[in-house]
Design a protein around this ligand. Structure first.
Ligand code: NAD
Length: 436
């Protein structure tokens, strides 16, 4: 099938590369000419494991191409995916749908034949109705609008796209449903469950899933605080509850609070939907508040670990992206932690294996180094923020030798306390109280 994908970011590029790998004929569109020029030179605009070879293979097979010319891409397509950003609207937390509606207008103006338009961006309930209204108003050719939210995780995006837990399709029309089934046929032959719902329900499923996962993380983070206060070990609590099949072990890792390009903005947008509908989601409201407070509280935790006096001290953050295996810095906890430390008069240094370029404009006062040991030079404390593989097996003796002080704040509970202490470091984890 001939597919056009509007928006060649983390979701659009991975979806386009994977659909082309299934044998579809895909053209990815972006208005960022630099991004398209880089892709034409087989330079990936994002870091995602395995993406460069997947793209190269399908470009060579002539199933995947890139353009800035939306009209020509749309003119040839049988299905058009909208995969543009839906960030938080400045000031009020509503999803900013201007990119989605702009794309819908541009698509509508370029339509020449019947087509299925698929919203893959995460959009509030009712957005599909508005996209349909826009398209009907402008386009002469018939078009069906479908919701097909994406659940891939950055860092494991290709595996997630090719082996999804489920595919959700919100379609109001049997023809549109047939086209979607055809598009995803290679996947459901592999037994990926395909759930067909109304368009509004599909839109809600995506937000409900993200809000639930954010709740699970926030729940275990609060249990971690309780463990610290009363003397329990959150790792054991998480294992003890996670082995219960009704609860499940995933998303029960205590840490610095969730961040990233989805959970923060999606929980806020869901709250706005609920507020507008006068159907408040009080649990999600609490999750958002607790998580916001937590990220800055991690800065205070580091200061406390250094004895409470921060001014003039130097702290090194290891891992800056919101999670490993991505260069994405959007709403990363490191940003709030740096802010809290700098506000207290701390000089911050940092290291990230892939996120340096994206981190630089967001953390302008942080000195970014090329390896963790150089970053630790002269530090009073080192903070492990993001659990990249290269940061899971640090030589702690070497790290300690480069530091001025001896505090290691392990916000991901990676290192055993004994190992850190053997290297002469004072280890502080999350939800794991000091032994005395
Ligand atoms: P992104 O910012 O990486 O990419 C969006 C791209 O769209 C940008 O390259 C931008 O230049 C382009 N664009 C915007 N308007 C355009 C237009 N009119 N024509 C052509 N290109 C246009 O965003 P992303 O992270 O890929 O997210 C896209 C959507 O998918 C969001 O709604 C997000 O919530 C959702 N989502 C993201 C993830 C994730 O892990 N990143 C996972 C699931 C769902």
């Amino acid at each position: 099938m001939r597919i056009a994908i509007i928006g060649t970011g983390y979701v659009g590029l991975v979806s386009g590369a994977c659909f082309s790998d299934f044998g579809h004929d895909v053209i990815c569109v972006d208005k960022d000419a630099g991004k398209i020029a880089a892709l034409d030179d087989n330079v990936m605009p994002i870091f995602e494991p395995g993406l460069d070879s997947l793209v190269a293979r399908n470009v060579a097979g002539r199933r995947l191409s890139f353009t800035t010319d939306l009209a020509s891409a749309v003119g040839q397509a049988e299905a058009i995916f909208i995969a543009v950003g839906t960030p938080s609207r400045r000031g009020d937390g509503h999803a900013d749908l201007s990119y989605v509606y702009d794309a819908a207008r541009e698509i509508a103006a370029a339509l020449v034949g019947p087509v299925v338009i698929v919203t893959k961006s995460t959009v509030p309930v009712g957005t599909g109705d508005e996209v349909e209204r826009i398209v009907r108003e402008i386009a002469e050719a018939p078009a069906w609008v479908v919701s097909n939210p994406e659940f891939l995780r950055e860092g494991a995006a290709i595996e997630d796209f090719k082996h999804p837990d489920r595919i959700v399709i919100g379609a109001e029309d049997p023809h549109a449903e047939d086209v979607m089934r055809e598009l995803y046929r290679p996947l459901y032959l592999n037994k990926a469950p395909l759930l067909v719902t109304s368009r509004r329900t599909a839109e809600l499923i995506k937000y409900a899933a993200n809000a639930f996962l954010a709740t699970k993380i926030t729940f275990i983070n609060e249990i971690a605080d309780l463990c610290e206060a009363v003397g329990g070990d959150v790792q054991d609590v998480a294992r003890g509850i996670g082995l219960d099949g009704r609860i499940g072990a995933k998303f029960l890792h205590a840490g610095p609070g969730y961040g990233g390009s989805c959970f923060p903005k999606d929980t806020l947008a869901l709250l706005k939907t609920a507020e507008d509908a006068a159907a408040p989601l009080r649990i999600v409201e609490a999750v958002v508040k607790v998580n916001d407070t937590r990220k800055r509280a991690m800065g205070r935790k580091v200061i406390q670990a250094m004895g409470g006096d921060a001014r003039g001290k130097t702290v090194t953050l290891l891992g800056l992206t919101f999670k490993p295996n991505t260069d994405d810095m959007r709403d990363a906890p490191s940003i709030a932690i740096v802010q809290a430390l700098e506000d207290a008069g701390v000089t911050v240094r940092g290291y990230d294996p892939e996120g340096t370029e994206q981190a630089r404009p967001l953390l302008p006062n942080v000195t970014l180094l090329d390896n963790p040991y150089d970053a630790a030079e002269g530090a009073d404390a080192v903070v492990l923020v993001t659990e990249w593989d290269v940061l899971r097996a640090l030589d702690l003796d070497r790290l300690a030798a480069r530091m001025k002080g001896s505090v290691l704040v392990d916000l991901r509970n990676i290192y055993p306390r004994e190992e850190a202490e053997e290297a002469g470091l004072q280890w502080h984890g999350v939800g794991r109280p000091d032994p005395n």
